[in-house]
Every structure is written in C-alpha cells, then in structure tokens.
Design a protein around this ligand. Structure first.
Ligand code: HEM
Length: 513
C-alpha cells in the first residue's frame, strides 16, 4: 500500500534513502569526535574509521596498529584518538600514562569493553570478557588456582604431556620434518590444557580427528566475515544481543558445555578428585547447580555449571593458542640463530644434569637463558597485540588537558610498545640479551608487557611460561631445529585472525644434534 509517492516501491526507497542519509550523517558526526575534543588523531575513512577494511586486510592487526603508533610517535604524540567503525578508542603510548590506566587508576578501568552475550552464549561470560563486580568476584575466586604452589602440584600432569610429545617426536621425526611446527606444538598445548583444565586425555597426537583439536582450530582460524561480525558486535553490543549474535560458534559451545558437565557429573558421582583446574572450579560451585542428570554440586559456593564451563573454555582458548604461538616463534628464531640455539641447549644439558636428566618444576626455574629467549620472543611477536580498558567514569589523563569520557575504550598497544625503537634499538633484531638482568633493570617496568599489567594481568602467566618451557626443553634437548627449504623468508604475518601467525606456516626440520 503506497502512502506517500503513490507507489509502495518508491515509498520504500524513500525510507531507505532517509535511513542511509541519517546513518551517514551520524557517522560524519561521530568521526569528528576527537577533532571536537582537540585530541590528536588520524583522519578516519567511512565506514571503517582508522581500521583496515576487515574483509580485505593488507597487514596483520598487530602490524597495522604498530605502524599507526609509529606514525603517531613520529609526530610526538603521547596518545591519540582512533575509530574502529564507529567505536572511539584512545590509544595510549606514553608508558607512565599506561601505568595509570592499567594499575594506579585501575578502579576506573576494570572493564575491557568486550562483547559478551551470557543468555545465548554462556561460554562468552568468561573471566577475560566479563567486567565490573562480576569480574572482581570471579578473579578473587580463581586467583588461588594459579599460585606457584598450585603450579607445582600440577606439574606432574604437565610433565606427562611433555613425555607424550617426546615419544611422538622421537618416533615420527622423519615425518615431522618439513611440517608446520605450529601444528605439533599446538597438539602438545591442546593436550596440556585438556589434562590440566578438563582432567581429560585429549590424545591430540594419536587421535587425528580429536574434536578438541578441531574446535581449537575452528576458534582461531576465523574467516574475515566472522572477525567483522565480532567487531560490529563489540561496537553495537545491545543490537548484537538483540540479534542473538554469539561470540562462540554454536557447535563449539554445545561441545564444551557438554564435556564440562559430563566430567563434573562423573567426578561428583564417583567422588573423583584430581590435581587440575577443574577440581578447583568444582570446589567453587553452587550447591544448587544441577546437571542434566540431576546430580547436585556438593558445597555452598556459587559458581554455576555454565560459569564453570565458561572458565574451562577460557583456559582452553587463552592457554593453548598463546603458548603454542610463543613456542612456534621461539623455535623459528632459534632455527634462524643457531648460536642462540646452542646456548639454550647447553643450558638445558647443564641444568638437567643436576636433576637426574628429568624435566622438573625446579629444573625449569633454573633455565634463565631460556627465559630470556621466551621474553624476547614475546617482545617480537606478542600473542595479544593490544589490550583494552573501558572508562567507568569520566577520567582526566594525568598531566594532560584531556578527559576520557565514560564508556570510551582505551587501547594499550602492547606490540607497538615492544617495537618502539626508543625503547628497543634495532627492534627487528632478535636479541635475548635485551632481557638479561642489567638491561631489564634499565628499562621502564611497562616496556615489556606481553601478559598485560595491573589487577587484570594474565592469570595464567606462570602456567603459560611453564608450559612453554616444557615444550621447548623437550624439543631442544633431543633435536637441533633448522629451517626447512619450504620456509619462506622473511616471515610474513597472516592478515587473518587476531593472534599473530605466519602466513603459510613455520616449516622446520628437527635433526639429531
Ligand atoms: C604465553 C602465554 C600467554 C600470554 C602471552 C598471555 C597473555 C595474556 C594477556 C596479554 C592478557 C590480558 C591482560 C591485561 O589485560 O592486562 C591475558 C589475560 C588472561 N589470560 Fe593469558 N596469556 C598466556 C597464557 C595463558 C594461560 C596458559 C592461561 C590459562 C590457563 C591464560 C588465561 C588468561 C585469562 C583467564 C585472562 C583474563 C584475565 C582477567 O581478565 O582477569 N593465559 N593473557
């Protein structure tokens, strides 16, 4: 039925044109936000703002932000405004200001401003994503899970996974050569998280169709469209929730929720206790938490089944990709720099000789040079290129004439800080000596923050380093790592996904030294 132009189609066109014009005008107005506030910024482009078109990137996210920050630094900016689509962000470069946001004034920057949709997607409500009091409550509860005492008691479970990796590479070294090393270390870290977070044997090396490995791949090998959907959901969370947009793929969510529920039910039913994260979560569960089978939780604390599943899930996603990325890039650099590799291997041999040639919790703590190699790897290719914090109230940047408005996201560009040549001369040179005690002491404490900083620092830092050390020690004490002829140099980062990964893979050989 035509109302205005005598034709329903013309009416519809008129409505659509008006809507588009309104959105366009709103974008123009939004894209002047930083100009109106007199904050330094680069000119945005409609509709992506200062982002690259997520469907057609030429650089990885990490490289793109680092480039933007380099340009900003060259102009003498300590911070600058950006737009990701219509979301305004303040990128902070000055390390003293970074310290204020992450630590000193943390009470105003508790939230990350991450998209969650607890109703449709219970797994999205995990420790990394949630904010406010809910985060405080959960973080307080989960922190004891990651103390050095707990890490020590969990070490034997981790060492068992190291032994599986060792047997695998010893047996199949001929087949491994000329393979993407990321696939091998990912199987190891999937097994580690399986044992330590879920209390299950994932058997990633023997079960080629392991559903855990399959879901792990699926979460991180996201298409550009999925990335785009997530960015839009972060910018317009209310609309995204109304449209039931999930952060976790549907089948992955069903799979993990069922695994956790079945495992918890089994443990309650059979009074099983184990030295793992799940046991600690179990002890925090609501006495009224009921599984589908009608089994009730046994104590009076208040984590629900879905909350417990969400935490297992975040340990899985945060634990396996970060550590396997770190191991992959460490091995790549060691293959490029045989002298550094020799030094690491000699250290491993000397230290393990004092521990019956066993990889133990204490022996790993003595691997000081390997820790320098890991620190330098995490400087060079940090798994999370940036983190965000959202202002809970208006906040005046200390010493500056700028107020960060309530609800604005502040971005801490970790990778760009790590590549700042004023902090790290020749940033593209791999040099573990940057992290000897003397050189470390001469730098700002916020110059190296691969695990973030302040009260929201990575809860799994100790575990991530321990896991990385077990993987590297297992490989390097048995093999010399060299570049395979299929490895394309210089390494180019993939333009897909959020975590840095090598385009075409990291092709290495393992040779008997
Ligand atoms: C090399 C390994 C790892 C790296 C580089 C890494 C890095 C990070 C970073 C940068 C953050 C954000 C911190 C911030 O905003 O200040 C984070 C948070 C987090 N990480 Fe890790 N991580 C690693 C391993 C792990 C492991 C093994 C686990 C669990 C088993 C884990 C669980 C988490 C969780 C749950 C959070 C959210 C903490 C919160 O918001 O309270 N991470 N990680």
């Amino acid at each position: 039925m035509a109302l205005y132009f005598g034709s329903a189609i013309l009416d519809l066109l008129a409505v659509l044109t008006t809507l588009l014009a309104a959105v366009y005008a709103y974008m123009i107005w939004t894209f002047q936000y930083w100009k109106r506030r007199n904050v330094p910024h680069f000119d945005p482009v409609i509709p992506w703002g200062n982002m690259e078109n997520p469907m057609n990137r030429t650089l990885s996210i990490s490289e793109y932000i680092t480039l933007l920050c380099k340009k900003a630094k060259a102009k003498g900016w300590k911070y600058f405004g950006t737009y990701s689509i219509m979301q305004v962000n303040l990128v902070v470069l000055d390390l003293d200001l970074v310290k204020h946001i992450m630590t000193k004034d943390f009470q105003n920057f508790v939230d990350r401003g991450f998209y969650t949709n607890e109703k449709d997607d219970p797994l999205s409500a995990h420790l990394f994503a949630i904010g406010g009091n809910k985060w405080r409550r959960l973080r307080t509860k989960l922190s004891p899970t990651f103390t050095s005492g707990k890490m020590k008691s969990m070490f034997s479970t981790l060492a068992d996974c190291g032994a599986v990796l060792e047997t695998y590479i010893q047996k199949s070294v001929d087949n491994i050569n000329g393979n993407d090393i990321k696939e091998i270390v990912s199987k190891f870290s999937t097994d580690v998280i399986g044992s330590c977070a879920f209390g299950l044997q994932f058997n990633s090396f023997t079960d080629l169709n392991s559903p855990f490995r399959m879901h792990g791949r699926k979460i991180f090998d996201r298409s550009s469209f999925q990335d785009f959907k997530f960015v839009v959901a972060t910018v317009f969370p209310k609309i995204a929730r109304a449209l039931h947009i999930m952060a976790t793929p549907n089948d992955t969510s069903d799979f993990f929720r069922k695994v956790v529920e079945d495992t918890i039910t089994y443990r309650w039913k059979n009074n099983v206790t184990r030295n793992d994260f799940l046991q600690l979560l179990l002890e925090l569960m609501d006495k009224n938490a009921t599984t589908k089978n009608g089994i009730k939780g046994s104590d009076s604390q208040n984590l629900t089944m879905d909350e417990a599943a969400a935490q297992c899930f975040v340990f899985f996603i945060a634990g396996f990709e970060t550590s396997s990325t770190t191991m992959t890039f460490a091995l790549f650099h060691l293959a490029l720099h045989q002298d550094i590799q020799d030094k690491v291997r000699n250290e491993i041999k000397t230290v393990l000789a004092n521990h019956n040639n066993q990889i133990t919790y204490d022996s790993l703590n003595e691997l000081k040079y390997m820790k320098q190699v890991i620190d330098e790897t995490l400087r060079f290719y940090v798994p999370l290129p940036f983190v965000t914090r959202m202002a809970a109230e208006d906040y005046k940047l200390p010493g500056e004439d700028v107020v960060i408005e309530k609800g604005t996201r502040v971005m801490i560009p970790i990778q760009a800080i790590h590549m700042d040549e004023d902090i790290y001369p020749e940033p593209n040179k791999f040099d573990p000596e940057r992290f000897n005690d003397k050189n470390k002491a001469g730098r700002h404490p916020y110059a190296h923050i691969p695990f973030g900083e302040g009260p929201r620092i990575c809860i799994g830092e100790r575990f991530g380093i321990m896991q990385t050390k077990v993987g590297l020690t297992t490989i390097l004490r048995n093999f010399r790592v060299t570049l395979n002829k299929k490895m394309k140099l210089p390494l180019k980062l993939s333009t897909k996904g959020f975590f840095p990964s090598a385009e075409g893979g990291v092709w290495l050989n393992l040779e008997k030294p």
